[in-house]
Design a protein around this ligand. Structure first.
Ligand code: HEM
Length: 160
C-alpha cells in the first residue's frame, strides 16, 4: 500500500515536471521568435515603409491624375500651378511621414483659406488619394497609416 502511494506520488511529480519542461521550452521558443522578428523589422518611419521619395512621387502623380479626371475637385485646381502643387505636396507628404525633406510651401490654413472646401469635397479628395495609393500598390494597412496623418489636418482646410 505504502509503495503504491509512493509510486503514484512519483508519477504525479514526474507529470508536473514534464509539463513544466514543456512550458519552459514553449516559452523560450516564443521569446526567440519574438526577438528575431523584432530584430529583422526595426522601427521604420512611414516614409521608409512607403518606399521613400520615389513611391511618394508616384502617389502624388496618380493623385493629380485622379484630380484632373474628377470634375468636382478639378474645379478647385483649374487656375492652379499644378507643377508647384506636385512639388510642394511631395515635400509635404515626405516631411509628415518622417522623411528627410524640407517643406518649402505655404502653411495649410493659408493655402486653403478662401477655397470654401466642404466636408463632402474633403472626403472626396481623400477618396482620390486612396485611389492614388491603391494604384501605386501601397498595402491597405499602410494607406491607413498615411490617412491617419493627414485626416486630422481637415480643420485647416474645410469651411475656410
Ligand atoms: C489633408 C489634405 C490636404 C493636404 C495635405 C493638402 C496639401 C496641399 C499642399 C502641400 C499644397 C501646396 C501649397 C503651396 O503651393 O505652397 C496644396 C495646394 C492646394 N490644395 Fe491642398 N491639401 C489637402 C486637401 C485639399 C482639398 C480637400 C482641396 C480641395 C478640394 C485642396 C485644394 C488645393 C488647391 C486648389 C491647391 C492649390 C493652391 C494654389 O493654386 O495656390 N487641398 N494643398
Amino acid at each position: 500500500m505504502i509503495n503504491k502511494v509512493f509510486i503514484y506520488q512519483q508519477l504525479a511529480t514526474y507529470g508536473e515536471r514534464n509539463f513544466m519542461m514543456k512550458m519552459i521550452k514553449y516559452l523560450t521558443l516564443t521569446l526567440i521568435l519574438l526577438l528575431t522578428s523584432c530584430a529583422s523589422q526595426p522601427d521604420q518611419t512611414i516614409y521608409q515603409q512607403l518606399g521613400g521619395k520615389e513611391k511618394i512621387t508616384e502617389i502624388v502623380q496618380n493623385f493629380i491624375y485622379e484630380i484632373e479626371f474628377n470634375e468636382t475637385i478639378f474645379e478647385y485646381f483649374k487656375d492652379s500651378d499644378i507643377q508647384r502643387f506636385h512639388d510642394k505636396l511631395i515635400e509635404h507628404i515626405c516631411v509628415h511621414t518622417g522623411g528627410p525633406c524640407e517643406y518649402t510651401g505655404d502653411p495649410m490654413d493659408k493655402v486653403h483659406t478662401g477655397m470654401h472646401i466642404s466636408e463632402a469635397d474633403f472626403n472626396l479628395t481623400v477618396d482620390l488619394l486612396i485611389d492614388a495609393m491603391t494604384k501605386a500598390d501601397v498595402p491597405h494597412p499602410l494607406q491607413n497609416k498615411v490617412l491617419a496623418i493627414f485626416a486630422p489636418m481637415r480643420g485647416e482646410m474645410i469651411y475656410r
